[in-house]
Write a protein that binds this ligand. Structure first.
Ligand code: ADP
Length: 184
C-alpha cells in the first residue's frame, strides 16, 4: 500500500505515519527526518539545507527530490510506503507525478485536520521539551503560514483525484489511529 500523510506541523502526521507504516508493513519515509539526518551528518546537502530547516522555509525542490525520490521509488517497488512531509506543495506533487510512474504514486492520502489553536499548543509543548531547532515560537508561526500557503492546496489536489480521506486529528492519538484504520 502506498500512502501519503498530509497535515500541518503539530497535526500528528509523524506519530500516525509511523503507526500506519508498522501496521501496513511498509517503510515510514519522513522527508523532514531525512533532511535533519543530513544536517547531523554534516554532509554537503546538510550544509545547504540547514538554513531552510531553521527558518521553517521549504527546502528547494531539486534538493528534496534528489534526497527523497530515490527512497520513495525503491519502497514503491518493494511493496509500498507511508510518506510524511512529501509532497509538500502542489508543485512537488505535479513534479513527482511527472518523474515517477503511476505505479509508484499514492493510492490514498490521509489529511489530518486539526484546528490552529491546538497545533500551536502542541508545537509549543514540544518546544518546551527542547527538541528541534525549528520549534521556537516565531519559527512555529512561519511553519504554519508555509503550511497554509504551500501545503494546504494539496488537499484539493488530491481530493480532485479521488485519493483524499480526511480524519479528525484533534482526538487522543489512539483514537486517531483507529479512525485512520477505519477509512482505509
Ligand atoms: P513539520 O511538519 O512539523 O514542520 P517536518 O519534519 O515534516 O516537520 O519538516 C521540517 C522541515 O523540513 C520543514 O519546515 C522544511 O524546512 C523541511 N522539509 C520537509 N519536507 C520538505 C519538502 N517536501 N519540501 C521542502 N522542504 C521540506
Amino acid at each position: 500500500m502506498r500512502m501519503v500523510m498530509l497535515g500541518a506541523p503539530g497535526s500528528g502526521k509523524g506519530t500516525q505515519g509511523q503507526r500506519l507504516a508498522e501496521r501496513l508493513g511498509v517503510p515510514h519515509i519522513a522527508s523532514g527526518d531525512l533532511l535533519r539526518a543530513q544536517v547531523r551528518a554534516r554532509t554537503e546537502l546538510g550544509r545547504l539545507v540547514a538554513g531552510y530547516l531553521d527558518k521553517g522555509r521549504l527546502v528547494p525542490d531539486e534538493l528534496v527530490f534528489d534526497l527523497v525520490l530515490p527512497v520513495v521509488l525503491t519502497a514503491a517497488e518493494a511493496g509500498g510506503y507511508v510518506l510524511d512531509g512529501f509532497p509538500r506543495s502542489v508543485a512537488q506533487a505535479v513534479k513527482a507525478e511527472e518523474l515517477a510512474p503511476d505505479s509508484a504514486g499514492p493510492e490514498r492520502v490521509i489529511f489530518l485536520a486539526v484546528p490552529e489553536e491546538l497545533l500551536v499548543r502542541r508545537l509549543l509543548e514540544r518546544a518546551a521539551a527542547a527538541g528541534r531547532s525549528d520549534d521556537t515560537p516565531s519559527v512555529i508561526t512561519d511553519r504554519l503560514r508555509v503550511f497554509e500557503s504551500e501545503t494546504r492546496p494539496l488537499v484539493d489536489h488530491y481530493r480532485a483525484r479521488g485519493l483524499l480521506r480526511e480524519v479528525a486529528g484533534d482526538l487522543p492519538a489512539d483514537e486517531v489511529t483507529e479512525a485512520i484504520a477505519a477509512v482505509l
